[in-house]
Design a protein around this ligand. Structure first.
Ligand code: MG
Length: 455
């Protein structure tokens, strides 16, 4: 195994021309091409200013190793993932830094099923990259470069087959779409128009400097959307992240709902239609998801935190639904990956079918108070801290897939987990009262402090 890392928790990612340079992208392309071995690969990018530069650099590396490259151009990540599968490609590369600020970019590698490659496969590519094991093709066997137009329209058409288009169209929903000046604007507005919606667009022009808002759909970035939905009396607002695989919704009163709540809306309807189904979600998800699964006869399959893990597990057990608290919903009948536009169509389908507004659908759910905490912890101490904490919580209702999640009898819960990106432990507590959530974070912060003093 290589000591050095190229892939982080979200593929290869870094600031443009500082941490991630065109030279690295060419070499990464060579390593990815060697890993696949003279195959057909699709490549596309989000709206960042460096997208075409990195797409061309990676393409050069791929063709140098004999892979044929199909240039799809600018597209949402889920549209590229859908196209890899739809066009029977052997894999794909997506140039995106998802929700990061505009000075970042990244390289994601997709397998033939449209799902990101596993961490083991990433390690194989890293070994080729760092040990210079690239297998160059001779001049007669270089890969060819083709253009593949129209993947966004194919993706939009496919999504329409998974919802009741007539029922949605009858409602003439007014939807405000905040596309973050990125690729979310290339699919969702067209899909919604086809679904008979009236659309008001925010940040719809493609601009890789992201002048409208930062691409992370956090509440502080969505105030304009919330105000617009309320002021116009629209039925729904939706905001995408930079590559449009995640979506966060605003109800007709202007209230922003984080991903757990809208995932629970989708989950309830799904279980009403698919009783006893399995649903995949990371241990970071709210107890709300567990409650919904219990109430509507679903079985939760927990995973570690991370969208690739959810996708892989869905595929392994043939589950049709997955979801994350950050606004990622995975609808298997379309594709087992996060998909912002598909989630929007599902939510509209539920509003049309039930005749309920999003605020009503959310108000039906059990309510929880959330409290977050963080404590510094160096990388070398992380495993020992977890080991000591696990000794303390033995016998409690726990899950140890990723850090430790503890459920208590009063319906409160806490996840204590080493951060994947920082020298720290993070805590997410939820409870029926805010006092209890705060109390849990305080209790586990002091437990971790004491452990840190002894190791
Ligand atoms: Mg994303």
């Amino acid at each position: 195994m290589s000591e050095k890392k190229l892939f982080g928790t979200n593929g290869i990612r870094g600031t443009v021309n500082v941490e991630l340079t065109p030279e690295m992208a060419v070499t990464a392309g060579c390593a990815i091409g060697t890993f696949f071995g003279k195959k057909n690969l699709l490549i596309g990018y989000d709206a960042r200013t460096s997208g075409p530069m990195f797409a061309k650099a990676v393409s050069s590396g791929l063709t140098a190793t004999g892979c044929n490259v199909f240039l799809a151009g600018m597209a949402p990540t889920p549209a590229l993932q859908f196209a890899v599968k739809n066009h029977k490609m052997d894999g794909g590369v997506i140039i995106t830094a998802s929700h990061n600020p505009p000075q970042y970019n990244g390289i994601k590698v997709i397998w033939s099923d449209g799902i990101e490659i596993s961490h083991e496969q990433e390690t194989e590519i890293e070994n080729i990259y760092f040990q210079q094991k690239t297998q160059f093709a001779d001049w007669k066997h270089l890969g060819a470069v083709h253009e593949l137009a129209g993947i966004n329209s194919e993706y939009i058409e496919a999504m329409k087959t998974h919802v009741d288009t007539t029922k949605i169209a009858e409602k003439h929903f007014h939807v405000v779409v905040d596309a973050a000046n990125s690729v979310g604007g290339l699919a969702a507005p067209v899909l919604l128009r086809d679904l008979g919606c009236k659309i008001t667009s925010l940040n719809a022009n493609i601009d890789g400097t992201f002048p409208g808002r930062m691409p992370e759909p956090r509440p502080e970035n969505l105030e304009e959307l919330a105000k617009t939905v309320k002021a116009l009396g629209a039925d729904l607002g939706v905001a995408f992240d930079g590559d449009a695989d995640r979506s966060i919704f605003v109800d007709e009163t202007g209230q922003i709902h984080m991903g757990d709540k809208t995932f629970a809306v989708v989950l309830k309807q799904f279980l009403l239609e698919n009783p006893n189904a399995q649903v995949v979600t990371p241990v970071s998800s709210s107890t709300l998801i567990k409650d919904t699964a219990n109430a509507y006869k679903g079985e939760i399959v927990w995973t570690k935190v991370g969208s690739v893990t959810v996708s892989q597990k869905m595929k392994e057990i043939n589950a049709k639904l997955g979801g994350e608290e950050n606004g990622g919903v995975f609808y298997g009948p379309h594709q087992a990956v996060r998909d912002g536009a598909m989630t929007t169509a599902l939510i509209l389908g539920i509003m049309a079918k039930t005749g309920k507004k999003l605020s009503e659908l959310v108000a039906e759910q059990p309510q929880y108070f959330i409290e977050k905490g963080k404590i510094e912890c160096s990388e070398d101490k992380k495993p020992k801290v977890l080991e000591k904490l696990l000794e303390q919580v033995q016998g409690m209702n726990i899950n140890t897939l990723d850090g430790v999640k503890i459920w208590f009898d009063d319906k409160s819960a806490i996840l204590v987990r080493p951060s994947g990106t920082e020298p720290a432990y993070r805590m997410y507590a939820e409870a029926k009262t805010s006092e209890r959530a705060v109390e849990l974070v305080n209790e586990y912060t002091s437990r971790l402090k004491k452990i840190l003093e002894t190791i």
